[in-house]
Design a protein around this ligand. Sequence first.
Ligand SMILES: [Mg+2]
Length: 432
Amino acid sequence: MSNEFISRASSPLQEHAYQRGPRITAVETLIPDDIMPGLMLLRLHTDAGTVGGEPVIGHGETYYIPHAVASMIHDWMARRLLGSDAMAIESHWRFLYERCTAFGVRGCELRAISAIDLALWDIAGQICQQPIWRLLGGPVRDRIPVYNSCGGPGYGRRPAGDLNSQGWPGHGSLGKPGLLEDNWNSVHQPVELAEELLAEGYKAMKFWSLDRIYAESGGHRVGWEDLEEALRPMHQIREKLDMKIEIMLDGHGFFSLPAALRIAEAMREIKPLWMEDVIRPDNVDTIADFRDRAGVPIAVSEMLISREDYRLVLERGGADYIMTDPTWVGGISESRRVAEFAQAYNIPTLMHDCTGPLTLFSGLQISASVPNITYQESVRAHIRTFYPMLIDENVNITDGHAALPERPGLGTRLLPELFDEEHPNYRITKLN
Ligand SMILES: [Mg+2]
C-alpha cells in the first residue's frame, strides 16, 4: 500500500483525516491455538521509534472466531489503519464502526474494532509514557476489587491430544482433581476451595454450577433434584462459612424463562451477590420480566455486544449490574462509554474476563478510571498457568485486589516471540 493513500480529508470520518501523530506502519495478527485457540492477538507497529526504552507497538486481542477477526482486520480494516495517525483513536473507532454498520457491525466486526482500539490506546499510553487509566482521567481508586471465577487451567485451552477441537462457549469440562482446578473443586470440595480463596484474600467467587444441567436436559427443563445437587456446594459453603464469602452464579445464557425462574427461586436462600446470564439474552423484555420476578440481583452481561443492547436493558430495568468485555464490545473506548451510560441509571458495571490477558489488563485500565466499575472478573487458574506464555508482565493480585498497572500503555506486552513469521496462524499487512 503506498503513501498516496494518505489524503487530506476535511472530516474526521473520511479516509486518514489526520496526520499529526506517528503513523501505523504494519498490522500483525497471531492465533496461538496451541495455547488458547479462541484468542486472536494483534500488534500495530508505528514509525514512532523507541520511547522510554521500548519500541512503540500497540497490543490488542479479542476472543472467539479468531481467524474471521484476523481476516476482517487484514483484508478490510488495515486499509484505514496503515499510514494513518496512530493516536487518532476516536476517529478510527468511529470510521470503522460506521463502515461496518453497512452490514450489521455486531460480532466479528466489533471484535476487530475492539482489538484495534486496545492497541491504539496502548500506543497512546506508550507515547505519553503513562498508563491508560491516566489518559482516561484516573485514578478513581487505588486498587481494583477482583473476584475469582471458578474455571480451571484447562478452560479455554485445546483439549490435550485433540488438535481439532476447541469446545463450545460455556461447555468446558469440569476438569479434574488438582491444584487450581477451581471448577472441579467448586463441585467436589467447595468449602475447602472457598477457604483457600479467603486465605488468598478473595472476597467473592463465581460458580458455573448449571452447565451440567443444560448439557443433560437442555435449557427449558430444570428438575428440582438436579437443581438441589447443582446448588449443594453453595449451601455447604453457607453452612460452614456463613456469609464470609460472596457467591455469584453464571448460567452462561443457557435457560428459558420458566427454568430461569425456578433456578432463581432456589438461589434466594444462598443470597448471591448476583446471578448472571441465567436466562438466554434473546429478548430484553423477557430479561426485564425475569429480573422483576427473580428475587435476587441480576447481572446482564458480556453476551450483549452493542451500546444499543445495553441501553435497552438499562431503560427497561433489566439489570442490577451490567457487565462488558472490552475485547468484544468495542474496546476500551466503548466499554468506558457503556459504563458511563450505566452510571446515568445508577447501575454498577462489571468487567468480564476469562478471555485472554489483555482483556484483563484493559479491564483494569477502565476499572482504574471509571467510578461505577464494581468488580473485575479474574480466573486465577488462567493467570497462574498460561497467561505467562502470552505476556511479559503478569497482573498483580493481593488481598482480593489487583494493583493499578503502572507501566505505560496497557501495562503489559504480548511476548514478541509469539509473532513468529513461520507460525501457520501468523499474518502481516504493512505499508509498501
Ligand atoms: Mg459470564
